[in-house]
Design a protein around this ligand. Structure first.
Ligand code: SAH
Ligand code: SF4
Ligand code: F3S
Length: 445
């Protein structure tokens, strides 16, 4: 590649899960430290970071079309941006990207992005570089502290506390792209949470691929788990709300269940993916729960916190899934009545055991199953929202609406709520919920 002038502006585009978004924010902070400014809206940046996701084929393919578009725009304007591919596709297909996309000058994996600034210097001097080192510990120790006074946090912030996955569900790439489970140390997390709150965060969502597998030691050296961490963070006076995601049913302990009943700042919302309602399929997926054990676990959470809103993830068309097995998934949905859910067609991922299993399900069958499943999930989401009408609750204001005086915020149950009146971003406003739609509610102060 030809040497080029150092970039003055950047854009980070995140395509994946919440942890991918968190990584995107940390990369943006690194670039800001290096004196590179965010590109103004609508302007092409000198440096574009594509922060990619590998979870399903559609997500992964996006990166190549994006690279093509950026390179073409650069040729037309005569100013080609430096392109960095980060995230889980970078980890999984780093070498392929380098070979297939000559316009890319940097490939950096999710556990190596703390070294992005050095890679930019190389790229400016005309050298291409790939860094997909693991594990994650080194990254967190090397990243600069958050929000060193210059920038403000959004009212709702993410905080990665745990990373990686040792569960090896047979369909999933995450154990390969993110590596083994690690827990960030307690003191580092309390410190980062404090910084976020000082920068204006009112709500913190604790993130992990298996967030409830977090473990550590408190200041006195006593071993603690998620429950202990949540209780410690709840003591930060200006932090109003705590959430966490995503959990695996295998890591939910009594202490965490109790915390839902006792810690007021812990919001009444639980995202607990089940994937399928059929035990044969669950076993083939290498999920360690059965439909029955999952339902019993939810019962314990609901006993501790009766108004808990439940959310889940589903995969339809896992290899070998029969119509009757799929109907078991519909059954579990009817039983749980989720307030929110994410459902996907199975996507075979290179290198995972399920990709070569017999009985891959035809696309038309998957389409049909997904439609039927989503019809039920939508029904339940609307019913949950309708049942909230008449309640008064606190809404955390996240942004302005289109109309004058209109605001958008989140209820404790993570519903989007629109309302009008005196407010500011970051306020917690008492709102009466007066009207419900499938994706949002109307409220009145
Ligand atoms: N760690 C979390 C989430 C992982 S990825 C968990 O275990 O629940 C988010 C969701 O993507 C998964 O819950 C699953 O529903 C879906 N997913 C993962 N791999 C997939 C694949 N190969 N095809 C379709 N959906 C997939
Ligand atoms: Fe993937 Fe399973 Fe790990 Fe979740 S628990 S990240 S679905 S392997
Ligand atoms: Fe995607 Fe990686 Fe997250 S594959 S879902 S960005 S962990």
């Amino acid at each position: 590649m030809k040497p080029t002038t150092p970039p003055r502006t950047y854009q980070v585009k995140s395509f994946g899960c919440q942890m991918n978004v968190y990584d995107g924010e940390r990369m943006a902070e690194l670039l800001a430290e290096k004196g590179i400014a965010p590109a103004p809206d609508g302007e092409e940046a000198d440096l574009v970071v594509l922060n990619t996701c590998h979870i399903r084929e559609k997500a992964a393919e996006k990166v190549y079309s994006d690279i093509g578009r950026l390179a073409k725009a650069g040729t037309e304007t005569g100013r080609k941006p430096l392109i960095a591919v980060a995230g889980c596709v970078a980890q999984a297909e780093g070498e392929e990207i380098m070979a297939r996309a000559p316009d890319v000058s940097m490939v950096v994996g999710p556990q190596a992005y703390h070294r992005l600034p050095g890679m930019i210097d190389k790229a400016v001097s005309g050298e291409r570089a790939t860094d997909t080192d693991m594990p994650a510990d080194a990254k967190f120790a090397a990243l600069p502290p958050r929000y060193s006074g210059r920038r403000k946090s959004a009212p709702s912030a993410f905080l990665t506390i745990q990373e990686g996955c040792d569960k090896f569900c047979t369909y999933c790439v995450v154990p390969y792209t993110r590596g083994a489970e690690i827990s960030r140390p307690y003191s580092q997390l309390v410190d980062e949470a404090r910084k976020l709150v000082e920068a204006g965060a009112k709500e913190i969502t604790l993130l992990g691929q298996n967030v409830s597998a977090w473990s550590g030691e408190d200041d006195k050296g006593h071993p603690i788990g998620m429950a202990g961490l949540i209780r410690a963070l709840a003591k930060l006076p200006d932090l109003a709300r705590i959430r966490y995601t995503t959990s695996h049913p295998a890591d939910m302990d009594d202490a965490l269940i109790e915390t839902h009943g006792e810690v007021e700042k812990l919001m009444p919302y639980l995202h607990l993916p089940v994937q399928s309602g059929n035990d044969r399929v669950l076993k083939a997926m290498n999920r360690s729960h059965t439909a029955e054990s999952y339902l019993r676990l939810l019962e314990r959470f609901r006993t501790a916190r009766p108004d808990l809103a439940l959310s889940g993830d589903f995969i339809v068309g896992f290899p070998g899934e029969t119509e009757a097995e799929f109907e078991d998934t519909l059954k579990i949905v009817d039983e749980v009545r989720y307030a929110q859910a994410y459902s996907f067609k199975y996507s075979p991922r290179p290198g995972t055991p399920a990709a070569t299993m017999e009985g891959q399900v035809a696309k038309e069958i998957m389409d049909d199953r997904l439609q039927r499943l989503q019809a039920r999930l939508n029904r339940d989401q609307l019913a949950f929202n309708k049942a909230s009408v008449g309640k008064t609750c606190e809404v955390l204001v996240e942004r302005k609406g289109k109309h004058p005086g209109q605001w958008l915020g989140k209820s404790p149950w993570l519903q989007s709520v629109w309302f009008k009146g005196e407010a500011a971003i970051g306020d917690l406003v008492e709102v009466e919920l007066v009207e419900a739609g499938p994706n949002s509610l109307q409220g009145e102060i």
